[in-house]
Design a protein. Structure first.
Length: 235
């Protein structure tokens, strides 16, 4: 495997700053034609935030006010999919990769993200599956939401895997606009506390196997330079 992916465990970061990081790295892919720009996986946790994608089905300004009143932020983004929730205890992964380094197909990419999560769950003894609905499911309960964007085969946004997130936040929405379905978490399935820190290495292992790539941690100097340029706290 000669594909190399940078791993950047950003940690806790606001949704808006997460967007800025994604945009910065994606723009490097578009601007720089050499191989110095590496495909990157950003691992983050967000404070409570509801986000909607390019389809805003059934959500009004009043709904936004109602959700903000719960103590969460609310953002509209350019990802695919409908409304979802991000919060502490949920591992959010933003792959900023050039699909031309893999397979230049969005369908292929979504399928391999699903396979990554299914493989990770299997490592934990959980049987998960992809269905005709987006994301990865355990029966009728979604354990991982997927919402993507791609421009000239450079991907942004990504996936949100429920580890030990408070599932009550999802009761205020119809997650991803899919009626009659629920949500679950790794902690709920395993009847123990499963943290994002526990899952990060398992995700990296599953991703590198499914996407047939090697990986390395992003150099701290490079991470610090990016944070400094964006006026973000050093992480």
């Amino acid at each position: 495997m000669n594909r190399l992916v940078n791993i950047w465990c950003v940690g806790h970061v606001s949704y808006s700053n997460g967007l800025r990081l994604q945009k910065y790295i994606a723009e490097l892919h578009h601007k720089v034609t050499t191989d110095t720009v590496k495909d990157t996986l950003l691992f983050v946790e967000h404070p409570p935030v509801y986000t909607i994608g390019i389809r805003t089905k059934n959500y009004t300004d009043e709904d936004e006010k109602r959700l903000r009143a719960l103590g969460a932020e609310f953002y509209k983004s350019n990802r695919g999919g409908l409304i979802t929730f991000h919060g502490p205890g949920q591992l959010v992964v933003y792959p900023i990769i050039n699909l031309k380094n893999f397979t230049p197909s969005i369908k292929w990419y979504v399928c391999h993200i699903e396979k990554t999560i299914i493989r990770l769950c299997k490592q934990l003894g959980i049987e998960a599956a992809a269905t005709s609905d987006t994301g990865v499911w355990i029966g009728d309960e979604k354990i991982c939401a997927i919402g993507l964007h791609a421009s000239r085969y450079i991907t942004t946004h990504g996936l949100a895997l429920n580890c030990n997130v408070d599932l009550d936040w999802f009761k205020h929405i119809v997650p991803c606009g899919i009626e009659g379905k629920g949500v679950t978490s790794l902690s709920k399935q395993l009847a123990r506390n499963v943290t994002t820190d526990e899952i990060v290495p398992k995700f990296i292992d599953a991703f590198s196997t499914v996407f047939q790539c090697n990986y390395k941690n992003i150099p701290k100097r490079q991470a610090d330079e990016i944070c400094s340029e964006l006026s973000l706290p050093l992480v």
